[in-house]
Write a protein that binds this ligand. Structure first.
Ligand code: ZN
Length: 403
């Protein structure tokens, strides 16, 4: 009996001793706290990229696994502050389910993790192959954006790919324009002002694939759409959180003089679109807190609005609630980002800046898709995106510029 246990233990040790963890790819992030072969346990925390925002995103690859042999993945919060004396609370990096992939393409949730009193989340993972990718959520990196933009360009020969700008790190921020520049309606949709919020890009992909489908033909015929799959390309590449980066993050950089060239370029393009043709809809896609549902952040002045503005924002909310239902319905009322205290800061949030620089008939909103749920798979996010497309079609069909 003892001998048999010893053999099993040796097998276990040799199995885990050969496990290699790697993060040297786009979006990769993990700081190993301990790798304990005898306990078949790996503990990590999100690696801190100083000045680059919240340490919440993690994504790594394991090689040398033994198929069928379970091991423990433990997740703890980063132990160092991300900004001055601010530490990031552990729930941001501890989804109920870790996300697993053996091919880097298809992702499925692990069994639910269990949270200990000392705020460590433990997932039991049973690999089916000797290699496993493990992440906070289904990732979406520049290669995914590139593949998607190429797919769209091929499917819709009338579309035009463009480079919004190069980042400070020298990487391209790419987008695509679908529709005639002078079309009666103008729309701008994008994701990842916060790098870690990969679900925002997943929703965007679901949206744009629906938009390129036959079902959206009539919508495309009267609309010029600009779509940007990833704004904060530099931090997405690094696997850094981006949110609350120093001195400010992309979503708070919509100032008179932006720090990030991609924000300045987006401001220039949106201004030009609005001046020449009028901007109807601006939507920024995010992926909010661990206990958040799916909702829109609306304009702070919503309750005081009158006329065409009030009509359009109200109608958008009604149509969004009717059309965004799967896998979970969007909340039928706006929320307001009241945690942003000053007018100055509110004005340099992306949706706020667009509101202040566009017309009475323009709506500018943020779609916040919750993530802490196994339904928020690639397919789940994609369905939200398709619902967003349906809402947009219904909204523009009523002509928001009518008096
Ligand atoms: Zn965000």
């Amino acid at each position: 009996m003892l001998q048999k246990s010893l053999v099993l233990l040796c097998l276990a040790i040799s199995a885990l001793a050969e496990i290699r963890i790697s993060t040297d790819f786009d979006g990769g992030n993990a700081e190993v706290v301990k790798l304990d072969p005898s306990a078949l346990t790996l503990r990590i925390m999100p690696k801190l990229h100083e000045g680059r925002g919240w340490p919440c995103w993690w994504y790594f690859r394991l090689d040398g696994l033994t198929p069928g042999q379970p091991f423990r993945l433990e997740l703890q919060a980063q132990s160092k502050p991300f900004r001055e004396k601010q530490f990031l609370a552990s729930p941001w990096c501890q989804p109920k389910h870790a996300w697993l992939s053996s091919d880097g393409e298809t992702w499925s949730p692990s069994d639910a993790g269990t949270l200990s009193d000392d705020k460590v989340m433990t997932y039991i993972l049973t690999p089916m192959t000797d290699c496993l990718r493990v992440a906070w959520g289904p990732p979406f990196v520049s290669a995914d954006a590139e593949k998607l933009l190429a797919e769209l360009a091929e499917k819709l020969p009338e579309s035009k790919r463009f480079m919004l700008s190069k980042t400070r790190g020298g990487h391209a921020v790419n987008g695509i324009r679908i529709g005639d520049e002078k079309a009666p309606h103008q729309v701008w949709i994008g994701a990842r002002h916060h790098a870690w919020e990969a679900g925002g890009s997943q929703v965007g992909r679901g949206f744009i694939r629906w938009y390129a489908s036959d079902e959206a033909k009539a919508l495309r015929a009267k609309t010029c759409l600009h779509y940007i799959p990833i704004m904060d390309v530099d931090n997405v590449k690094l696997g850094a959180g981006g949110k609350d980066a120093e001195p400010r993050d992309h979503n708070r950089d919509w100032a008179d003089i932006p720090i990030y060239p991609e924000i300045a370029a987006a401001q220039r393009m949106i201004t030009e679109i609005h001046q020449k043709h009028g901007l109807d809809v601006y939507i920024d896609l995010h992926n909010p807190g661990p206990s958040d549902p799916i909702f829109f952040f609306g304009p702070f002045t919503f309750e005081r609005m009158t006329g065409i503005q009030q009509r359009n924002y109200s109608r958008w909310m009604e149509l969004a609630a009717t059309n965004i239902t799967t896998p979970r319905p969007v909340e039928p009322k706006y929320r307001f980002a009241t945690y942003v205290r000053t007018e100055e800061e509110r004005g340099r949030m992306s949706s706020g800046w667009v509101r202040n620089h566009a017309g009475d008939f323009t709506i500018s909103v943020t779609l916040e898709t919750g993530w802490n749920n196994p339904m928020m798979s690639i397919e789940g996010y994609s369905n939200i995106g398709a619902g967003l497309g349906h809402a947009l079609a219904a909204y523009l069909a009523e002509n928001p510029r009518r008096k």
